[in-house]
Design a protein around this ligand. Structure first.
Ligand SMILES: C[S@@+](CC[C@H](N)C(=O)[O-])C[C@H]1O[C@@H](n2cnc3c(N)ncnc32)[C@H](O)[C@@H]1O
Length: 269
């Protein structure tokens, strides 16, 4: 095992939201159900932003897409307007229900859901939802955006590469940790796209890379909800944001400014 896979394992165990599931003794579905502001936060944060257009431009029309950890459909919904079929994999019933409701509202009938972690998805699960014959277990493209929460990252990546005929897209953190996060949780094991890039290269793959930065602001009550599992009080979080001169007074209350960088790693075959 390389130091990069060790770094990833440490990140999943000690820093990612999987650590919260263990510490709070809650299930993945309970975590997402208790995070009702997720879609609003994504919208205000301008996510996925430009990265979506880039992926869309690399996908050929009428192709099939496997979105691993599709969540509420930030990618699956818009990309399904271009694909012939999108398979959304996610272990959270809550997330998949939101995704499928959005699909219904948009009149999209080409999205199929598999409620499982990626490591547990069998080729037969894919054939079963596709209910078509030859090569049903192979898709044109696979995508995982902020969903690679598996300690066995080599297996996660190898499987998403092996299943995709034409291309693979990975979206993950491109920049450092927000100082608010470090203030709230202390310094924790870190991983970003560079770690993933090294693991991919050890597996024998050379992915292209692009970085996209988003500047945005969020109402502070929403920030408190994002940090609902940390040990700092809302007043302490506010104090930190104030010290960094990140608070904005608006007619509808206090907002805080943020910057996030997303990395796109892609393999076009
Ligand atoms: C941060 S959300 C990202 C959702 C979406 N891809 C996006 O970019 O908005 C992470 C999602 O990955 C799912 N997830 C976590 N671990 C997973 C795994 N091992 N396999 C598949 N999905 C997973 C979660 O249930 C959650 O819906």
């Amino acid at each position: 095992m390389s130091c990069w896979t060790d770094q990833w394992k440490d990140f999943v165990r000690k820093t990612s939201y999987k650590q919260t599931l263990a510490a709070e003794k809650i299930s993945n579905d309970q975590f997402w159900s208790s995070y009702g502001i997720y879609d609003r936060a994504l919208l205000l944060a301008g996510y996925p932003g430009e990265i979506l257009g880039k992926i869309s431009s690399l996908i050929s029309p009428n192709s099939t897409l496997l979105d691993i950890g599709a969540g509420t459909g930030a990618f699956a919904i818009p990309l399904s307007k271009k694909t012939s079929r999108t398979i959304a994999v996610d272990p959270s019933d809550h997330q998949l229900q939101i995704l499928m409701e959005k699909a219904r509202q948009e009149g999209l009938d080409n999205i199929l859901a598999i409620k499982k972690e990626w490591k547990d998805v069998l080729p037969s699960d894919i054939s079963a939802v596709c209910s078509s014959g030859e090569d049903a277990a192979i898709v044109d493209y696979s995508l995982a955006a902020y969903s690679l929460f598996d300690e066995n990252i080599e297996c996660f990546l190898s499987r998403m590469i092996d299943i995709a005929r034409k291309g693979v897209f990975i979206v993950f953190r491109g920049g450092g940790v927000d100082s608010l996060n470090e203030f709230a949780y202390g310094r924790r094991p870190y991983a970003d796209y560079i770690c993933l890039d090294h693991i991919l290269s050890d597996l024998g793959y050379r992915f292209d890379r692009m970085l996209f930065t988003r500047n945005y602001s969020l109402p502070v009550d929403l920030v408190f909800k994002q940090y609902r599992f940390c040990k700092k009080s809302p007043e302490q979080l506010l104090g930190h944001l104030d010290e960094e001169d990140r608070l904005i007074e608006r007619s509808d209350g206090k907002w805080a400014s943020f910057q996030a960088t997303d990395a796109l790693l892609y393999l076009n075959r």
